[in-house]
Design a protein around this ligand. Structure first.
Ligand SMILES: *[C@@H]1O[C@H](CO)[C@@H](O)[C@H](O)[C@H]1NC(C)=O
Ligand SMILES: *[C@@H]1O[C@H](CO)[C@@H](O)[C@H](O)[C@H]1NC(C)=O
Ligand SMILES: *[C@@H]1O[C@H](CO)[C@@H](O)[C@H](O)[C@H]1NC(C)=O
Length: 662
């Protein structure tokens, strides 16, 4: 029994080591179609491929593209290419090997390509239609150099990211002389440690435009955790490894720069010790794991792929790692913060595109938070776990020096205020859309308050924090900012007022008390704004001390039995009066003065969805100004102007007098 285990163990190791040494490059049959046997196409294909070695080496830049045969159905297009620095002999052998392999591996296929690696790097592609100059974005063949685990993943990833960003820029840049042999080709080296380098090569076929080359080389941010790997696509190639390959790095030298804040030899020596100890420990652990696995089931080793990754995703460290972005990568993604989308309460927002093509909104936080790095990371991980279709998703963060950056899902249709308070755009939001938006916001806050395990109080719900996706579904933004900015989340008093004038309930403005019921108040204001199409703001009457805002206006109309007069004139013709009335009723329940009278979100959700439910009568709303004497309920005069803009307060110099009407 013991002997058998040992033999199996040995076999596993043989498998592992043999797979490490070959980063295999297989022919990629593209499944574009099958040609007819005994057709002219079938005869033409091996003919053009057999010319290819001499045709490619006849070109100065080792790039050849040609075709033979007549349209339709007979013409074969083929391209061959070797990397700069190859000799004619190497190139010719490589192209021939690749062509032979394509014919053998892809019988009957009208389109296929291969990146061959012996004795140099070369590329052959053929098809029944011209592919010159066009990018095939879908195909992606990713091969890892398996088996490596890095001793210092975070540092490796940072160096890898940096190198990749630099190289994509270099490879995609058009050369001044288009025919030069190194067009869309680049090799580079980065030092990982004093004794170890990271080598990389990128190449696009020279027929691509700069933009297409860049697109082709972009990929998932997956690969930085492996010490070696290859991405092969019909139009480009990217390989990296910790050992030099293809003999193309001879003339590139690189000096190791220790990371900046290192405290001398002590740090160095721990680094060296780590470099020695960690791999040994890892190997021992791997051996133990392999032995354990074999013990449990001797056959498992054969059935499973040998290099399946262990899933560490539950651990906090890997959660942080997967969310953390390099500042350089963010700079690259946002083109050096050039495309500003807006200015939020916590900093500027920019549009960006990640290496894998995902569009993101990047929020560069203003440098006012005193929070430490660890707390910041922890809170980001917590907030990133909140996922709901009515919440803007947090993809990750970047933390480097003074910079604190949050990376969010990009939501295309701007924010609710952009439509709602614009005289021409508000027409795009008919009642059905507005009702859907109210429902979506309700479910988003319900999730934050009740369903997310943590009770997250938003504290700054307002129209500009409701983003709209392409189908006008609402997504709540900026939730969790109180956590990220280290403000106490538990209903206690706060001396730091966050929020926006007009949405804050009286107990918050006057006593700094907040709870989920403060969000309920803001929600009520928001619903009234959606129905009315106007902002809740103060209007100072010049001649009297009377003041009225949207909340008090709605309340007065309700009490007078004519709530429908509140409805935005652009939608009042075509709306479900029953739904509208119910929404106004619920909103007035939300803005009641006493927080305990306000319904919670699960009740609100039921009130809005179940028409049969009898709603309680609303009490007097909580007014937004502290000086009650100055408000006389009886003689309110309505004058709401949508030209006044509201201000955000994120500092603690907001005082009661600031809000007092004159
Ligand atoms: C192809 O041609 C050969 C020789 O002419 C013939 O023997 C064979 O049957 C043909 N195959 C098909 C599928 O037509
Ligand atoms: C490709 O090679 C073949 C055979 O050597 C030759 O006849 C043909 O002219 C070459 N084509 C080009 C474009 O050089
Ligand atoms: C390196 O430099 C030498 C001398 O300049 C040159 O002959 C050789 O081709 C270069 N090698 C590469 C891979 O560029």
């Amino acid at each position: 029994m013991k002997q058998r285990s040992f033999i199996l163990l040995l076999l596993c190791f043989v498998l592992i080591t043999s797979a490490i040494t070959s980063v295999s490059a297989e022919a990629q049959c593209m499944n574009s179609g099958i040609y007819i046997s005994n057709s002219t196409f079938e005869a033409n294909l091996p003919r053009i491929l057999s010319f290819l070695p001499s045709n490619v080496t006849a070109q100065d830049d080792f790039f050849y593209s040609g075709s033979i045969g007549e349209e339709p159905n007979q013409k074969v297009y083929a391209t061959g290419m070797c990397i700069p620095g190859s000799t004619s002999g190497q190139c010719s052998v490589c192209i021939k090997t690749a062509s032979d392999d394509l014919l053998q591996s892809c019988p009957g296929q009208v389109e296929a390509y291969k990146w061959a690696t012996e004795p140099t790097l070369c590329y052959v592609r053929y098809a029944d239609a011209s592919f010159l100059g066009s990018l095939d974005a879908d195909s992606n063949n990713l091969v890892y150099n398996p088996g490596d685990s890095n001793s210092n993943l975070i540092e490796f990833k940072a160096i890898w990211d940096d190198l990749v960003v630099r190289m994509i820029a270099a490879a995609s840049k058009a050369k001044s002389t288009p025919s030069s042999s190194d067009n869309h080709y680049t090799v580079d080296v980065a030092a990982l440690t004093p004794s170890q380098n990271l080598y990389a090569l990128m190449q696009c076929t020279p027929d691509l435009s700069s933009g297409d080359c860049e697109k082709c080389l972009q990929h998932q941010s997956c690969c930085g955790q492996r010490q070696g790997g290859v991405i092969m696509k019909p139009n480009c190639y990217f390989r990296w490894d910790v050992v030099a390959f293809y003999k193309v790095f001879d003339n590139i030298s690189v000096a190791y720069r220790p990371p900046p804040p290192s405290d001398g030899s002590r740090k160095m020596s721990t680094r060296v010790i780590a470099a020695i100890v960690v791999p040994i420990v890892v190997i021992i652990i791997i051996i133990i794991i392999v032995v354990l696995i074999i013990r449990r089931s001797a056959l498992l080793c054969w059935k499973k792929k040998p290099f399946q990754e262990f899933d560490f995703s539950q651990s906090g460290i890997s959660a942080v790692r997967s969310l953390q972005f390099d500042f350089k990568a963010i700079e690259f993604a946002t083109d050096k913060f050039s495309n500003k989308l807006g200015q939020g309460g916590f900093g500027e927002v920019f549009k960006g595109t990640l290496l894998n093509g995902t569009e993101v909104a990047v929020k560069r936080l203003s440098k006012t938070s005193s929070q430490g790095a660890l707390e910041f990371k922890n809170e980001v991980v917590v907030v990133a776990k909140l996922q709901h279709k009515n919440l803007v998703r947090l993809h990750g963060f970047c933390l480097e020096g003074e910079e604190k950056i949050l990376i969010y899902e990009f939501v295309p249709n701007k924010s609710l205020d952009y439509f709602l308070f614009d005289p021409t755009k508000k027409g795009e939001l008919d009642w059905t859309k507005r009702y859907n938006i109210i429902g979506g916001i309700t479910r988003g806050i319900l999730y934050l308050h009740h369903d997310s395990r943590l009770t997250i109080i938003h504290r700054d719900l307002k129209a500009s924090n409701i983003l709209l996706d392409a189908d006008m579904n609402p997504k709540i933004a900026d939730f969790g900012m109180a956590r990220i900015f280290e403000m106490h989340q538990n209903g206690a008093n706060t001396n730091r007022i966050v929020g926006t004038r007009g949405y804050m309930p009286p107990e918050y403005v006057m006593h700094g008390q907040f709870s989920t019921k403060s969000d309920v108040y803001s929600f009520g204001v928001l619903v009234l704004e959606i129905i009315c199409g106007r902002q809740n703001m103060f209007v100072h009457q010049a001649d009297t001390t009377t003041v009225e805002n949207l909340v008090t206006y709605a309340w007065r109309l309700w009490r007078d039995g004519r709530p429908l007069e509140l409805v935005d004139s652009t939608i009042s013709e075509n709306c479900q009066t029953e739904e509208v009335t119910r929404c106004i009723h619920v909103a007035l329940l939300c803005v009641q003065h006493d927080p305990t009278d306000r319904p919670d979100l699960s009740t609100i959700d039921m009130m809005l969805t179940r028409n049969s439910l009898n709603l309680p009568l609303p009490q007097t709303p909580g007014f937004f100004f502290p000086n009650r004497r100055s408000y006389r309920e009886q003689d309110g005069i309505v004058s709401i102007q949508s030209t006044i803009t509201s201000n955000s307060y994120t500092n603690n110099d907001l005082t009661i007098t600031d809000l007092e009407p004159r």
